[in-house]
Design a protein around this ligand. Structure first.
Ligand SMILES: Cc1ncc(COP(=O)(O)O)c(C=O)c1O
Length: 372
């Protein structure tokens, strides 16, 4: 099998929701910027201006893709920081246990400070029902709904347009964590949110850069310092990361088609593994994700056994990998026992039927169904 992004580093990389391999055009852009435009974008001299041009171009292109004004794009270190910036000063919050830890932990910190936070129920299908938002009636004016466009562990797609509409009807502002959605599907459904978090490394860009895109009132800064990013996110912006993010954005127009093409490979894998596993979040979801709970098998042990065979998958969100706690998302949907058995396969856009066959073979051997 010829090397492709999912095989280039050896083995079968099936953890694209954790991070994606940087695209060759991203690496080329970053190298060029590192050599020619490494200045401080805040400096007024020529080296600074060269760097500034790259940062401004990224800001404009992001704004264009997400229907916002360039000045309302705040570059951050990634999705975690964008989520913190979006929500840390909320006067009230409505969210759920399906969210990424970078939202859940902020909500818990708000609660500790006495800010009213309401937790939406979680159903086994992992989708939120817009009618549940009615519970927000008691929240103070200016409160926020924070919801993901796509779940990081199951790939479940939220009915985001309906959730935004319902929230607005209740007087809530809406933050959408689009980290797993942006750069894979159409942004139209979520780009109307009041605040939107994105991260470059989920769409073949570099790690360490993301953005909070907002409409209306700017967020209160979490970090204090200089005037970069209008003072909303002080700290020197790295033009090298910015050029990589920009190159990744150029891949966006063809993304929905590329990612849809992975579906037959995912479906064939799931069909073959169904005798041994239950699918978590089987409804409307991204075509490259399969979250499976294998009956009587610990997810973290299966992940380790697969790793020995060169297959890289995850048993929870990457941020909680290495801790004995099972995935909070699958726990909320199906309880702790099934969460302990969960394994997330997130295929790459280059996955072929042949790749799927090799992956299935590794699973069957790791499970002891085929001779090891
Ligand atoms: C849905 C979601 N939100 C936020 C984040 C955090 O993004 P970052 O790793 O860029 O901090 C992730 C990362 O996995 C994610 O999947």
């Amino acid at each position: 099998m010829a090397a492709s992004p999912s095989t280039a580093a050896g083995g079968l990389y099936c953890d694209w929701n954790a991070t994606t391999p940087p695209h060759p055009s991203v690496l080329a852009a970053m190298l060029e910027t590192a050599e020619t435009a490494w200045g401080n974008p805040s400096s007024v001299h020529a080296a600074g201006r060269r760097a500034r041009q790259i940062v401004d171009a990224l800001r404009e292109e992001l704004a264009g893709l997400l229907g916002a004004e360039p000045r309302d794009v705040v570059l951050t270190s990634g999705g975690t920081e964008a989520n913190n910036l979006a929500l840390s000063s909320a006067p009230g919050l409505l969210t759920s246990r399906l969210e990424h830890p970078s939202v859940v932990r902020v909500a818990e910190a708000l609660e500790r400070r006495g800010v009213p936070v309401q937790w939406l129920p979680v159903a086994p299908d992992g989708r939120l029902d817009p009618s549940w938002l009615g519970s927000a009636a008691g929240l103070p004016a200016g409160s926020w709904l924070s919801v993901q466009a796509v779940n990081h562990e199951t790939g479940v797609i939220q009915p985001i347009a309906a959730l935004i509409e319902r929230a607005r009807g209740l007087g809530l502002k809406v933050h959408v964590d689009a980290v797993q959605a942006f750069g894979k599907g159409e942004p139209a459904a979520f780009s109307t949110a009041d605040r939107l978090s994105v991260a470059a490394h989920k769409l073949r860009g570099p790690k360490g850069i993301g953005a909070l895109v907002f409409r209306g009132a700017p967020p209160s800064p979490v970090l204090l310092g200089g005037a970069q990013e209008r003072g909303l996110r002080p700290g020197t912006v790295d033009p090298v990361l910015a050029s990589g993010f920009r190159a990744a954005l150029a891949l966006c127009p063809s993304a929905p088609e590329r990612w849809r093409a992975v579906r037959p490979v995912r479906d064939a894998l799931e069909r073959a593994l169904r005798p041994f596993a239950q699918v978590n979040g089987e409804g409307e979801r991204m075509d490259h994700v399969s979250n499976l709970s294998f009956r009587g098998v610990r997810g973290d042990e299966l992940v380790a056994a697969l790793d020995l065979r060169g297959v890289q998958v995850s048993s929870g969100s990457a941020c909680s990998a290495g801790t004995p706690e099972p995935s909070p998302v699958i726990s909320a949907m199906h309880g702790k026992a099934r969460a302990l058995e969960a394994v997330r396969v997130s295929l790459g856009e280059d996955a072929t039927p042949e790749f799927g066959e090799r992956l299935l073979d590794a699973f069957l051997r790791a499970l002891g169904v085929r001779p090891r």
